[in-house]
Write a protein that binds this ligand. Structure first.
Ligand SMILES: *[C@@H]1O[C@H](CO)[C@@H](O)[C@H](O)[C@H]1NC(C)=O
Ligand SMILES: *[C@@H]1O[C@H](CO)[C@@H](O)[C@H](O)[C@H]1NC(C)=O
Ligand SMILES: *[C@@H]1O[C@H](CO)[C@@H](O)[C@H](O)[C@H]1NC(C)=O
Ligand SMILES: *[C@@H]1O[C@H](CO)[C@@H](O)[C@H](O)[C@H]1NC(C)=O
Ligand SMILES: *[C@@H]1O[C@H](CO)[C@@H](O)[C@H](O)[C@H]1NC(C)=O
Ligand SMILES: *[C@@H]1O[C@H](CO)[C@@H](O)[C@H](O)[C@H]1NC(C)=O
Length: 159
């Protein structure tokens, strides 16, 4: 009885530990824990367990806004955020070959508490990675990484 309550509590903590990418639209809901993703999809490098989408979002070639809700985590009042861009469709899954191009320097966030919260971070003008050379119509993928206090990271992406 006690053991099953503890397991349920641990499961709830894992399930609530997530980011939601609100703009540009993400590949889809990866707030899922099941037999294929027993630790939860969003911990899977590099794209949170999601395949490349076919419903791509237009995003300015001069850079633009990125918004996300970082607070679907429990037990972590602080985290480190990274935002990267991957170019093209030559990688596994028809996505980028890598996500190794930072768009902005990493930054830390402090939540209101260790509990989940619904606040959104909006960065109104995120530039392309340094020395990026793109033209209108190119495919690319934005990756938001949330590094938790214990060193594991959550991944959400937008194509
Ligand atoms: C793409 O489709 C998925 C599945 O219907 C949806 O969850 C997601 O929000 C869509 N993304 C965009 C950018 O429209
Ligand atoms: C787990 O969820 C993912 C995403 O919806 C899905 O692709 C996969 O088939 C699911 N696995 C099981 C065993 O239901
Ligand atoms: C990704 O695509 C593979 C191959 O088509 C498929 O087996 C897998 O279920 C897909 N994953 C998700 C999360 O939809
Ligand atoms: C971009 O990706 C779409 C599928 O999402 C594909 O149809 C199109 O050919 C790609 N464009 C380029 C320039 O690779
Ligand atoms: C990452 O991918 C780009 C193509 O988008 C390629 O030019 C570059 O060499 C790759 N970098 C690494 C470290 O693999
Ligand atoms: C950008 O390009 C300049 C000029 O080629 C080079 O000196 C610099 O190292 C590049 N920066 C990065 C981050 O690749």
């Amino acid at each position: 009885m006690l053991a099953s309550i503890l397991i349920a509590a641990v499961g709830a903590a894992l399930v609530s530990a997530h980011t939601v990418l609100t703009y540009p639209g993400w590949r889809g809901d990866n707030l899922i824990t099941n037999d294929t993703f027993p630790y939860g999809m969003q911990w899977m490098y590099p794209c949170g367990g999601m395949n490349t989408t076919t419903n791509r979002t237009y995003w300015p070639v001069s850079g633009g806004a990125i918004a996300f809700q970082p607070g679907w985590f429990q037990g972590h009042a602080t985290a480190q955020i990274f935002i990267n861009l991957g170019f093209g469709t030559d990688g596994p899954n028809g996505g980028p070959p890598n996500m190794s191009n930072p768009m902005i320097p990493q930054f830390g966030i402090t939540g209101p508490s260790k509990n989940p919260y619904s606040g959104t971070i909006c960065l109104p003008q995120v530039p392309l990675p340094v020395n990026a050379s793109v033209k209108a119509g190119d495919n690319a993928t934005i990756q938001v990484v949330e590094l938790a206090v214990h060193g594991a990271a959550l991944y959400s992406v937008s194509d």
